[in-house]
Design a protein around this ligand. Structure first.
Ligand SMILES: Cc1ncc(COP(=O)(O)O)c(C=O)c1O
Length: 392
């Protein structure tokens, strides 16, 4: 049994999450967790540290074997190995390189808003334009707007889609049927799919992750998948990720783009941590998922009982809850800028959330809550949320 109740002080540790705001603010925003990494990973890192030499590292065969075994056993994604993988320093560098490789300046890249905010700069930095396929939000659930996706994919300048599977911040774990339908629309319209699957391990009962790469071959050939253990094992600061492509020609293009962007040499600790996570981290991960699910139920019940004016879609995956705060807005208050004003007010009340509109202008009235912390911290955050909402 692992314990996720331990409070590890992070303030003053150069943490983006904890040191961005003053000491009076409890941070429940940026997507990392307040838990120590699995002891198995810490051991592997200690061993690597004890070696004492940190020169440039060749990515060893057993790194790729660890990835192959993990995804084969755990996710039914068979046969993934060294010949289909390009390692890099993070999932952002991975999908950015994929955009660079598969588009030309002036092209449009489809995103399903609200979407992970760092999708936008990656598209613009590659001199492309965002093309929003806003998710539908009906009866408290996010679904794909299929007619809109058909229309957007048919735009002759749309050449790529940046897909988030599972979806941050909507909390959806896309089903095989949904992914296949997305894939067919993209293939029919010459839109290349870049699947960001960084949240793939963090799914809850009844919602299994479907690797995009396990769809029918013709769809997989029209895609790359960006994967990493960093989100689920809370080692994002170590910076390691992988791009998978089944088509050797596409893999070559990924390798070229990763080299052009000078992010092809990986961190020695990233290699050690990935191997430990995939080879020895399974039990820790499964216990973490149970703990996170209980955190989700705690928040869901708290909202229902104490803050019924705030609702949240069911959390199928990720540890990021998407709070619909639109009923908190005063009737006479303008809609524009509401998320920002609410976030600023909550900060004054000692709680930092992520402002909804950074995930797309469509998200006015929403806030994102990171629930990956010890239960005691979570309850303190909820207390502050209630005070902040009541005094808004
Ligand atoms: C969907 C998604 N992709 C990528 C990242 C960041 O990936 P990395 O830190 O490996 O660059 C995050 C971080 O929250 C994310 O939510």
């Amino acid at each position: 049994m692992y314990s996720f109740d331990e409070i590890v002080p992070r303030r003053g540790t150069e943490s983006v999450k904890w040191d961005e705001f003053g000491p009076e603010v409890l941070p429940m925003w940026v997507a990392d967790m307040d838990f120590k990494a699995a002891p198995e990973i810490l051991e592997a890192l200690q061993e690597r540290l004890d070696h004492g030499v940190f020169g440039y590292e060749l990515v060893p065969d057993d790194y790729f074997e660890a990835i192959g075994r993990w995804f084969g056993r755990r996710h039914g994604w068979a046969g993934i190995g060294k010949e289909q993988i390009v390692p890099t320093t993070g999932v952002i560098p991975a999908y950015s390189a994929a955009i660079k490789a598969m588009t030309k300046p002036g092209d449009k890249v489809i995103v399903q808003t609200p979407c992970y905010n760092a999708f936008f700069p990656a598209i613009r930095n590659n001199k492309c334009e965002e093309l929003h396929n806003p998710l539908r939000y009906e009866k408290g659930v996010f679904t794909v707007d299929w007619d809109d996706l058909e229309a957007k994919a048919a735009d002759p300048r749309a050449t790529a889609m940046l897909l988030c599977n599972p979806h941050n911040p909507a909390g959806r774990v896309w089903t095989r049927e949904e992914l296949e339908r997305i894939g067919r629309i993209c293939l029919r319209n010459g839109v290349f799919v870049i699947a960001d699957e960084i949240h793939c391990e963090l799914t809850y009962p009844g919602h299994d992750y479907t690797p995009y790469a396990t769809l029918p071959q013709e769809l997989v050939k029209n895609s790359v998948s960006c994967i990493s253990p960093t989100k689920a094992f809370n080692i994002a600061g170590i910076q390691i990720a992988n791009i998978f492509a089944s088509d050797p020609e596409i893999l070559k293009k990924m390798d070229r783009a990763i080299n052009d962007n000078e992010c092809c040499d990986v961190n020695v600790f990233g290699v050690a941590a990935l191997k430990a996570a995939y080879n020895r981290g399974e039990k820790w991960l499964d216990e973490l998922r149970e703990y996170l699910y209980d955190n989700y139920v705690t928040v869901r019940d708290f909202l229902a009982d104490e803050l019924p004016q705030i609702t949240a879609p069911p959390l199928e995956g990720t540890y990021l809850m998407w709070l619909d705060c639109r009923k908190v807005r005063h009737p006479e208050e303008p809609e524009a800028g509401f998320s920002e004003r609410l976030s600023a007010h909550l900060q004054k009340c000692g709680l930092a959330l992520s402002t909804g509109t950074i995930y797309g202008a469509e998200a006015e009235g929403f806030e994102r809550l990171n629930i990956a912390c010890p239960r005691k911290t979570l309850l303190e955050g909820l207390r502050r949320l209630k005070d902040g909402i009541q005094s808004y």
